[in-house]
Design a protein. Sequence first.
Length: 731
Amino acid sequence: MSKKKFKQKKKKAKDFSRDILVILQKNSSKSFSWKQIAEKLKATSTEVRNDIIASLAKLVKQSHIEQTSQGHFQAPQEATYYHQGVVDMASGGNAYVVCEDLQQDVFVPNNLLNKALHGDWVEVYVFPRRREKLEGEITQVLERKRTTFVGVVQMQQKFAFVVPSDRRMYTDIFVPKADCHGAEDGDKVLVRITQWTSRSPYGVIEKVLGKPGEHQTEIHAILAEYGLPSEFPQEVEQYAQQLDTTIKKEEIARRRDMRGALTFTIDPRDAKDFDDALSFQVLENGNFEIGVHIADVSHYVQPDTILDEEAYQRATSIYLVDRVVPMLPEVLSNFACSLRPEEEKYTFSAVFELSPRAEIRKVWLGRTVICSDARFAYEEAQAVIEAFTAAEPTDFVMPEEVSIRPEGSYTVSKEMVEAIVSLNALAEILREKRMKAGAISFDKVEVKFLLDEHNNPLGVYTKESKEANKLIEEFMLLANRKVAEYASKLQKTFVYRIHDVPDEEKLLQMQGIISRFGYKLNLKDKKNISHSINHLLQEVHGKKQQNLVDTLAIRSMSKAAYSTHNIGHYGLAFDDYTHFTSPIRRYPDVMVHRLLQLYLDGAPSADEAAYEQKCKHSSQMENLATSAERDSIKYMQIKYMEEHKNQEFLGVISGVTEYGIYVEIIENKCEGMVRARDMKDDYYVFDEKAYALIGEVTKQRYTLGDEVRIRVKNTDLVKRYLDFELVNNEQ
């Protein structure tokens, strides 16, 4: 019997390239022999040493390292493999690091995150390029984005785990029993990570939010997830309550007295904080004197006080579906600072003399005192505009069907009608001028909910801007622009609202999508782009693609932000722009008021670095508040759709991913997902360039903007999922 000969399989050589590069990069000013490198890598066998030598030869050939004449190896002096950036967690627990100095994001697999979390500022080591995309390893966390997380408690006998609600948080948090602070199994809590020395981070439960699914629990969880407050510290409330908010004769004497001018506010019907008022007077020369009067918050909120520190930390009011989380305590936001009718108030004003053609003849900026004569809801001002734009001003009785006043009617004087109609005419001219200059008109449909006394959604409705809204918008824009122009000419430190040019790649993607509907963009230059986008928005107004196109256009835009570095505002077509008109709800406006008064008084330029830091903080808080507001709308949409399970709706595909398609229901704007795994008629593949899911066998395509019929399959308030299923895949 012959012996079988077994050929021994040669062991594959180990590649030490990555380890060698780490050594040489960390000691970039030194060179090492292969023996020194082998010693650092603790190579004990000839076989491993040979692998190291082979890896060195490969790295030299690839020009990743240099070999000196003495037979030593060194990292190229001009090369750098270490970069800093922000972690952006992706699906499956992997991540990307976004680095400003790299053209590509760096992919980091889960096993090389080294305890970095979403949003952290990190150092990342980028491997020598092996494929098209950059890959790397996070070497250290430089700054944590957050240490608190919302999650559900899983109680064990002697300890607990908190399972985070945020899907980007890839690990549970271990909590010793002593640090559970009364939390019970299944509670939704806020937990803070205290240390991370083992496989799981250790934490302490700071707050029990309640039982998952309950309304108050979920709303407070949304705020907690973004590190946003739900109430004021007691000492801040006490400080605000003790402020002297009476109107003083000596203070009036320091201000321009405009209490005799016809003045009114126009706001949403449920508003309580009235930031702005308009005054109107006809001058002897036929021109109009129009005052834009803004609550003088900076009179009460003084620097270096606990009230100012709290306002700065919050930086903005937060508007959730069922409540407002104000930047200032109620005694200020709803009373002392709010420009309520028939109450004297301190204001900071921009007063304009305008010709009947809305030409600016004079501008005055400074502190004033006013007394508002009336408070209008947008609906009431709109009724005046619609009734009297083409008619002679006379005493006007508000039609009962549009009135929201308890008495069922509201009498408006001839003078007030004349003021509203004249202001509307001027606003239309100002708007037309902005549009001709290249401003972009976004009138995106706003989703609102009709709630009962228990905050259950009874219905969904949409709001669009009408003339009354645009009237207020134009005069606020005018005031903001003229304040910014004044500061810009001084060339002193100031807080601007800036908006960069659109992202070219996103515009090209948008072009590809809208071309399927027969639309196109002119991308020749800055002005052509804005005119082209405006034309597109007008074309789709009222059509089924409107919300999709509006969303795509907004996504193509750069994000507006606060900065001391003035680059202008592309979307508004202004070279100089700021936020001056809403200090009750925005901290940057408070900063603008302070700086403006300093410069009116002839003070030198303020500290630019300090104000730039405040601008960055304000921009970050604005983004967090916007995310929380969006999440609260999503939560309420899911809550509303719970009562419509198994019902069919017509929808439009609003997003496409490898996991499925997002569909927005046409009649109520609620958005949910049809998961690819539930599309049983075929195996669907994601075509990233075409924004489509395509069936491998049937070639059935589901693309952005397509109409589909869906059925509500599942709602999950805790995880905030709204799942649909297609009713008929043949459509």
